[in-house]
Design a protein around this ligand. Structure first.
Ligand code: AKG
Length: 195
């Protein structure tokens, strides 16, 4: 009986992880990501198997487009799921302008993390211009305009004793999931080459 329960549990866990089992060479973006992300798994969701997840993704999409006063019909790329290990991090980069438009938005789940935006010298920006965002679980950030094109963004590596936020709060990093929403590239964007 116990063995049976254990087996069922294992199957359930496995099916939850299923979307990550088909980690593919997603596109030419893959190599780019490999060079900036450390200790991660990822998948691009062409379709959602769980209707609740599908509804959630639709809700977030609507929220992003409404916030930016964009048409509800604006085509978005498949949602990009990133599963970052507790000691994983994402190096400073600007998302490629070849593959996506001017919106990069992320829903953070599981663990908090700190995102750092830094003026991109290649875009004529001051690299001492730094903004840090505390990404709490269930929070949503939207990068567009200068934040999208003229600042690099990164997810900081966790420090062993936990990073202190401005009010002294310790940001204890664990495994983090993020759902990244991007719009399709439909016209020539301003800004430099993404790296
Ligand atoms: O996980 C995140 O929120 C950041 C993802 C990111 O940097 C990217 O997809 O370009």
């Amino acid at each position: 009986m116990w063995e049976e329960t254990k087996k069922k549990k294992k199957t359930r866990v496995k099916s939850k992880l299923e979307p990550f089992a088909d980690i593919q060479s997603l596109s030419s973006l893959h190599q780019f990501r490999d060079s900036v992300i450390t200790k991660y798994r990822e998948v691009e969701k062409q379709e959602w198997f769980d209707p609740a997840n599908k509804a959630l993704a639709e809700r977030i999409k609507t929220l992003i487009l409404q916030t930016l006063h964009r048409p509800a019909t604006l085509p978005l790329l498949p949602v990009h799921l990133i599963d970052l290990a507790e000691d994983g991090f994402i190096k400073p980069h600007v998302d490629s302008i070849k593959f996506s438009g001017d919106i990069v938005s992320g829903l953070s789940l599981c663990s908090p993390a700190i995102m750092q935006l830094k003026g991109d010298e290649e875009q004529g920006m001051d690299p001492t211009s730094i903004v840090r965002l505390l990404l709490r679980p269930r929070s949503l950030y939207i990068l567009c305009g200068e934040a999208r094109y003229k600042y690099t963004h990164e997810i900081l590596a966790p420090s062993p004793e936990g990073e202190r936020w401005t009010d002294g709060e310790v940001v204890a990093r664990g495994r983090r999931l993020s759902l990244i929403f991007r719009d399709e590239k439909v016209h020539e964007n301003e800004g430099g080459e993404g790296r």
